[in-house]
Design a protein around this ligand. Sequence first.
Ligand SMILES: Nc1ncnc2c1ncn2[C@@H]1O[C@H](COP(=O)(O)OP(=O)(O)O)[C@@H](O)[C@H]1O
Ligand SMILES: [Mg+2]
Length: 257
Amino acid sequence: MPIISVAIQKGGSGKTTTTINLGAALQRSGKKVLLIDADPQANLSQSLGMKEEPDFNLYSEIKKEITGEGSDIKKAIVEIRPGFSIVPASIELADAEMELVSVYSREQVLSWILKPVVNNYDFIFIDCPHSIGMLTVNALVACDLVLIPLQAEFLPLKGVQSFMRQFKTIKKRLNPKIKLMGFVLTKFDERKKMNHNVQEQLETEFGSKVFQTHIRTCISLAKAQEAGMDVFTFDKNSNAAKDYDKLAKEFMDKLEQ
Ligand SMILES: Nc1ncnc2c1ncn2[C@@H]1O[C@H](COP(=O)(O)OP(=O)(O)O)[C@@H](O)[C@H]1O
Ligand SMILES: [Mg+2]
């Protein structure tokens, strides 16, 4: 507990990067963390060094759940190191978008799948795909909190407003307990006026829901992903390691508020 969806429909916002490195920062502070790769592109799985698709993955368990066989999520969990584990994706996960449409209680499938392990972790993060399809809806129904990374370079407000409409509908109809945890600005350059403008606009609309910690643009993040590691393992002295550590602290403070 809790389950956090890392979501926004725009690609390249830093969802996967934030899932990995916020997760890693929390694990390094002593928390037990599980990451769920709910994106058929499997960037999260690959970025943590999984080169081959394992037999058991998120898709295999969704499939078993919807065919009535019953899922066993524990089989699909891969431990990266003690306290840091992942449920990998596979390319077939793209089929789940269609397959879920026609099943009974289609929005709740991921909730049921995760139930047996919810109490085994301090935090479960779900890395969502770029669309608000069945996989994202399942993540939003399964979670307690939503974290939205946004690239500070573009004016993201339009996308945010459309995401928030979906969020409100899901809160009203399917998951009343869901809460917006906040927005994290990524690829931030303190010298760029545009980046500060984006922050101001977000704060005008969402107030304290905007994290004060910025994730600066840092090449180590991409290099770490290429090497199949989180940024702390790759280069613990990088700006990105410092920023994600700071974000983890602010994240914990926000949870306690
Ligand atoms: N703070 C950052 N600095 C530099 N590159 C970043 C940063 N955050 C993410 N990236 C890079 O940007 C790309 C998109 O990020 P990613 O986390 O995959 O976004 P999403 O999951 O929202 O599509 C990746 O190649 C990643 O390495
Ligand atoms: Mg991603």
